[in-house]
Design a protein around this ligand. Sequence first.
Ligand SMILES: *Cc1c(COP(=O)(O)O)cnc(C)c1O
Length: 249
Amino acid sequence: MSTESIATEAMDGRTAELAANLADLNKRIGAACHAAGRDPDSVRLLPVTKFFPATDIAILHRLGCREFGESREQEATAKVAELADLADVRWHMVGRLQRNKARIVARWAHAVHSVDSERLATALDAAARAALEAGERGEPVRVLMQVSLDEDPGRGGVAPEDLAALADRVATAPGLQLAGLMAIPPLDAVPDDAFARLAHLHSLVRADHPEATELSAGMSSDLESAIEHGSTCVRVGTALMGARPITSA
Ligand SMILES: *Cc1c(COP(=O)(O)O)cnc(C)c1O
């Protein structure tokens, strides 16, 4: 991260705040990797910028960030259009995706972290192939399968018993590329237990699909635990951007 290239005195308040938060997070990630005996380069920080304006994303881009996570299709689609001139950006859809929004998201998403059913995978595959054919994207959509770690289907995620079939479906879809797994621990769960379970499921998926190396796990409050259990991508909102409005999903 080349934050040094911007002199602190020259920064406006928001830039200084985001730069300081980024530095803190990189320290946290580095310490967690050290504690887990992992290479710090094996974990990426994915800023989740939902509810924050495109101007913040432009600042993060100047601070060296190139990948951004968004969770709400309409908001994301608008920001992607507004920031079309930013170079080398990869957008990640991390929130729940309705099948009828697959075509729109396939225009801009490098990766989707929330694929949790074969029906959604099928819709996203068709959408990605249409986008490829129309020249709206150059590569398949990278797919992380969101797995449910509780028994509440309302919160999204494929049930662990359906994960293997979903992985096979994604792996054989020409418009998709199976990248790995994603999960959000249940609200009442001990993060360590949830991430240990997720790591086990990840090892089962990788046994069949060695290319599914990504593990999208860990947020502002639990990224250390996620890194201990093999996360390759921590999705951080609050600890980087500040508090969201309380209507946040
Ligand atoms: C908002 C969001 C995050 C970031 O959460 P924080 O606790 O604010 O870091 C991560 N993942 C998903 C899917 C989100 O919607």
